[in-house]
Design a protein around this ligand. Structure first.
Ligand code: ATP
Ligand code: MG
Length: 573
């Protein structure tokens, strides 16, 4: 219910039409309003969107927003969704990234069916478009050096200067462009430029470069080309070839829209696509930039692109986030035109909400200390009933072993209790979850004064499930039986950058949090013995955990903490 409210609130805020006050009306975001209008006015008959990543890195949570938005719209309007690799810049692209990207998108549930495309398959068509522009007198080959081009471009306050090569004849341009393709020039020696307006207030329109010479190997077209189209020229053509209707991109392309429109208009595409910009998703104190992540990987600070402290989709999956939680998060954030940064706690709220009723609540002791129940028969093990999830009876119950020696959390005992401490201290009685009441009788210390064992006695009358109502206790603690417990590793995470001081140090380096990973030797109840990679559980009082797929072996279970149970994220009512 609460979550529903927030979603409505966010959507209402985004909604441009003021009349939509009724709670019954599902508000639409500004992109849906544009689409509705286009469909109503017959600008387009259907909705056809795409997700166009460059295969130069792993996808992150921000990309998930774009994927779910584009795919979601195609579903909502019964349209089509294309998966397209924007692989027109061979410098940084790799097949490894193509594979990881497809895996992530599939995991998120965006189904491109048979609509998988590569922009590099359109290189010939793009070349034809360029020739078409030259023939119309709308493009020319320019010999200025990159520095000269920059100089001639002018500034925000001063108009640019026309290139001396601007008025070459169509014939000369056709020949030079053909020579560019044939490999007659070195990198940077010549470029093809759109002939638009060197005095335009929009710098993007000052005769932008549309083709460059680059003798580079391409991961798909190999050595077939030594000229490559620039993004601003290639992207609208890719959209137009695929009959995309709404080309949704992020805000930094807003100033490029006039060029987008110019390209599809001058190339004379019928029913051309329309570019719509929305704000990128930023998370507070989280690293998403490829440059920084690459650095962390190379410096060995993180364990690859899927280190659970990162927010790449592969890292979130490894940590135990679900596609459902990411969808919920993206919905809560909403679609808007204003850049803002969302608190990481909101993502944590979403995964807690998603797992709360789905996962079994089991016992694991992360900082173990022994509790010995002196009046319990030595060598005896009994099996007690434990419900798997008190809030979801459908998950059933299991038997957990109980005996004379248990492990409990170190923090559940205090020799000298502080105020309002209701757990174990000498003379105090607590409930052992799903078992008995025990009264603490004292502890044993090592030569340095560290507590190594806690002792207690139990009251057989107080067995859980027998309806004992004789007296109440204020504290309940969890435990695992020592002889049957399974040793495991728990990895506890915090943000990789220091929350208090901000992401960057003064010298521009990352301000790393030394506690971003804490490894604990822990004990888990025997029901977890055969847990498989990606299985997840709620560890009572300690949070949600997921079996690490990379480092878990049949002898050694590794659990990643997805999120603790405490929330710092408050839903506004
Ligand atoms: P980054 O700059 O973070 O490395 P990118 O923009 O270079 O990402 P692309 O492969 O070009 O990555 O992005 C594919 C699509 O994802 C683009 O349409 C882009 O606008 C969108 N996108 C990228 N980052 C975000 C984000 N933070 N929020 C929403 N959409 C994003
Ligand atoms: Mg990009």
């Amino acid at each position: 219910m609460e979550e529903k409210k927030l979603v409505n609130e966010v959507e209402e805020k985004e909604c441009n039409s003021k009349e939509n006050n009724s709670k019954e009306v599902v508000s639409k975001n500004f992109i849906e309003q544009i689409i509705d209008k286009d469909l109503a006015e017959g600008v387009y008959e259907t909705v056809h969107t795409r997700f166009p990543p460059e295969p130069n890195g792993y996808l992150h949570i921000g990309h998930a927003k774009s994927i779910l938005l584009n795919y979601g719209l195609s579903q909502k309007y019964n349209g089509k969704f294309n998966m397209r690799f924007d692989d027109t810049n061979p410098t940084k692209e790799k097949t490894e990234f193509v594979e990881s990207i497809l895996k992530d998108i599939e995991w998120l549930g965006a189904n491109w069916e048979d609509r998988l495309f590569f922009a590099s398959d359109y290189f010939e068509k793009m070349y034809e478009c360029a020739v078409f522009l030259i023939k119309k007198g709308k493009a020319y080959v320019c010999d200025l050096t990159p520095e000269e081009i920059r100089e001639y471009r002018g500034t925000l306050t001063e108009p640019g200067k026309e290139s001396p090569y601007r008025n070459r004849s169509i014939e000369e341009n056709l020949e030079l462009f053909e020579n560019m393709r044939a490999g007659k020039y070195k990198d940077g020696e010549k470029v093809l430029r759109a002939k638009i307006d060197m005095a335009s207030p929009n710098i993007n329109m000052r005769d932008p470069i549309i083709y460059r010479v680059a003798h580079m190997y391409h991961h798909r077209t190999k050595d077939a080309w030594c000229i490559y189209p620039m993004y601003d020229f290639a992207h609208p053509i890719e959209d137009a070839i695929e009959n995309i209707t709404h080309s949704i991109c992020t805000l930094e392309f807003e100033d490029h829209r006039p060029l987008y429109d110019w390209v599809v208009r001058e190339c004379e595409f019928k029913n051309p696509p329309k570019q719509i910009e929305f704000a990128k998703l930023y998370l507070t104190n989280v690293i998403t930039g490829k440059r920084y992540i690459k650095q962390l990987v190379e410096d060995g600070i993180v364990d690859g692109w899927d280190d659970p402290r990162l927010v790449s989709l592969s890292a979130l999956r490894r940590r135990g986030f679900t596609p459902e939680s990411i969808k919920m998060f993206v919905d809560m954030v909403g679609v808007s035109k204003a850049n803002s940064s969302v608190d990481y706690a909101m993502l944590e709220y979403c995964i807690r909400e998603d797992l709360k009723l789905k996962k079994s609540r089991v016992n694991a002791v992360l900082d173990p200390i022994k509790l010995i129940i002196d009046n319990y028969p030595e060598g005896q093990i009994e099996y007690l009933d434990a419900e798997n999830n008190m809030e979801n009876k459908e998950l059933g119950s299991r038997k957990i072993p109980f005996g004379r020696e248990l492990y409990i959390e170190r923090e559940d005992f205090m020799e000298e209790p502080i105020k309002k401490y209701f757990r174990l201290f000498p003379g105090n009685e607590v409930r052992l979850m799903n078992a008995y009441f025990v009264t603490c009788t004292g502890c044993v210390k090592d030569e340095n004064g560290n507590v190594i064992e806690v002792h207690a006695t139990y009251d057989p009358e107080t067995k859980s499930g027998t309806g004992f109502t004789g007296r109440k206790v204020k504290g309940t603690i969890h435990w695992v039986e020592a002889t049957t417990a399974v040793k495991a590793e728990a990895r506890l995470y915090e943000n990789i950058v220091d929350e208090e001081k901000g992401k960057l140090n003064e010298d521009g380096s990352l301000n790393l949090n030394p506690n971003s990973l804490v490894v604990r030797e822990c004990f888990v109840e025997p029901s977890l013995k055969d847990a498989k990679a990606y299985d997840s559980f709620q560890f009572v009082r300690n949070g949600f955990f997921c079996v690490d797929y990379k480092d878990t072996t049949s002898e050694h279970l590794v659990f990643n903490r997805i999120v603790s149970l405490k929330s710092s994220f408050k839903i506004k009512k």
